[in-house]
Design a protein around this ligand. Structure first.
Ligand code: SF4
Ligand code: SF4
Ligand code: SF4
Length: 253
């Protein structure tokens, strides 16, 4: 019988894109992973189930009434529990529903079906159970995923950058999009994606979540300097950061 650590994947509310990333590894990455662990449960790719896990990866936010009991049960059966992607780490795009009162939301999404009342506010997993490590991003970066797996197997705390996207953007020698009058959340968002969006003609919209102690005052100064609206900037923050208490300190739920 295999002595390799047992790994499982579970999904809550999300698009399953992060699980797909974990499936869609390159052959080299897949051999690398399977040499280290046994995947014992993963609804997207297999029917087997297991009773306990060394590492449980959780995709998706907690946003339905039965989710809370399910995640507590998984937590109780897992040595380590790791969030997989923005939805499970910071509630992700699902948190947009938190801006609507339940009755309005049900009317908008399921008109004529008042019996559907199973949703709650969308929360990141750490708001319900203890989380040992996180993999941010929408979707996850597969190199970061494998690095986190290896660190955990070595008993190390995985290193996820705590500096902002701007650092990577400057190292890529990009012209800052603020010079073109475009908002970018890079100054307050967690690096680790190699500033992929501003490096490819876009801007950072915050999918990796805010860095600890994000310098909001400095962000406001940048907006003022470029004569941009703080209201528009806050709208962009809302796409991924509604549950982030650094950015939105007043819990209105
Ligand atoms: S973080 Fe993004 S890619 Fe991953 S499950 Fe959520 S919406 Fe999908
Ligand atoms: S484009 Fe965005 S990430 Fe790059 S330096 Fe400017 S604010 Fe920072
Ligand atoms: S640049 Fe920003 S939005 Fe783009 S992947 Fe990185 S953190 Fe996400």
């Amino acid at each position: 019988m295999s002595k390799k650590p047992k790994v499982a994947f579970f999904d809550f509310t999300g698009c399953e894109g992060c699980q797909l990333c974990a499936v869609d590894l390159t052959p080299e990455q897949l051999f690398d992973l399977l040499a280290l662990v046994d995947i014992v449960e993963f609804r997207e790719v297999m029917t087997d189930k297991a009773e306990s896990y060394d590492i449980a990866f959780i995709e998706g936010s907690i946003s339905r009434k039965p989710d809370e009991e399910k995640i507590k049960d998984i937590r109780a059966r897992s040595k380590l529990l790791v969030t997989l992607g923005a939805c499970s780490t910071i509630a992700g795009v699902n948190a947009l529903r938190n801006f609507y009162p339940d009755d309005k939301l049900l009317h908008l999404v399921y008109p004529g079906h008042p019996e559907i009342d199973r949703t709650t506010i969308a929360r990141g997993v750490s708001e319900v159970v203890k989380v040992d490590a996180m993999i941010p991003g929408c979707p996850i970066d597969t190199h970061e995923f494998l690095r986190v797996v290896k660190d955990l197997l070595l008993g190390k705390k995985p290193e996820i950058p705590t500096y902002p996207v701007c650092v990577e953007c400057k190292m890529n020698e990009n012209t800052c999009v603020y010079e073109k009058g475009i908002h970018c959340l890079g100054p307050v968002i967690r690096a680790g994606c190699n500033a992929i969006c501003p490096s490819n003609g876009g801007y950072c919209f915050g999918c990796r979540g805010a860095i600890p102690k994000a310098n909001i005052e400095s962000m406001k100064e940048i907006l003022q300097k470029y004569n941009l609206s703080a209201a528009d900037a806050l709208d962009k923050f809302k796409l991924f950061l509604e549950r982030d208490k650094e950015i939105f300190p007043d819990d209105k739920n």
